[in-house]
Design a protein around this ligand. Structure first.
Ligand SMILES: O=C(O)CCC(=O)C(=O)O
Ligand SMILES: [Fe+2]
Length: 252
């Protein structure tokens, strides 16, 4: 994957403009408001560059003519494996809940498409302004994250403290997204996290997001809803849920 990363980042601006979705994966109606909000973010935000592949279907290599030819095969092979790993983890979670193995995959529309964020965090001296990616939870089903082996930066909130997720060579970080939390009615929780800059090294990460199809209903598994534990989240199709999430985040 790192070879493909280099190819993507070395691509000339005109070519990058074609394959890079550019802005975050937002509902179109909220884009303007989001960009306004971005202006108020701390300076450190400018020190992260992100290439975004939106609705990336690794089964569709032949139709991927916008992606640099030299890394097309590699990207498809990598994201196919990563998607499979994600589906396997979902099956394991299903087993732990006593539901059919392919429950999550089915209720989220069996989506072959992924969203991908390929981050490059530049080094930054000023310790006060080190954040590259602001605090958030992933608004997807599940995220499979590859990070540079030897540079720390990812932090998760645990018991009101920020804890560094130390890179382990040859491993992925798995983040549960808000969709898992909604479907399991809080039994599995998504975690607050952020991406910090390093004082003297570049840090890179590749986040692969499993997402529902727009018309999938996001609703809790019936046996996880009780009188004491009513539904925690909005029950709606994914397009509505997604819009609602960002509207709330942007305080609309
Ligand atoms: O760079 C990282 O380690 C975090 C990336 C991330 O959280 C995201 O893209 O949602
Ligand atoms: Fe994230």
């Amino acid at each position: 994957m790192w070879k493909a990363y280099d190819t993507l980042y070395q691509a000339p601006a005109e070519q990058r403009a074609i394959f890079d979705h550019g802005e975050p994966f937002l509902p179109p109606s909220l884009r303007e408001k989001f960009f306004e909000m971005l202006k108020s973010f701390p300076k450190g935000v400018d020190l992260k560059d992100t290439i975004r592949l939106h609705k990336f279907n690794p089964d569709d290599e032949d139709r991927m003519t916008h992606v640099p030819q030299e890394c097309r095969k590699l990207l498809c092979a990598y994201f196919k494996s990563v998607r499979d790993l994600g589906f396997q983890i979902l099956e394991t979670i299903s087993e732990s809940l006593g539901i059919e193995r392919d429950y999550f995959r089915n209720v989220t529309g069996n989506n072959p498409e992924l969203n991908v964020s390929i981050h490059r965090y530049s080094p930054y001296e000023d310790a006060e302004q080190r954040m590259g990616l602001p605090v958030h939870v992933d608004i997807d089903i599940l995220t499979i994250l590859l990070q540079t082996d030897d540079v720390e930066g990812l932090e998760v909130k645990k018991d009101d403290r920020w804890v560094v997720v130390k890179p382990v060579a040859g491993s992925f970080v798995i983040n549960l997204g808000e969709v898992i939390q909604a479907i399991t009615n809080g039994k599995y929780r998504s975690v607050l996290h952020r991406g910090m800059l390093n004082k003297d090294k570049v840090r890179s990460s590749v986040a692969c997001f499993l997402v529902p199809t727009p018309d999938s209903m996001i609703e809790p598994i019936p046996h996880l809803v009780t009188e004491e534990n009513p539904p925690h989240h909005l029950i709606a199709d994914w397009a509505t849920y997604y819009h609602h999430h960002f509207a709330k985040a942007l305080k609309l």
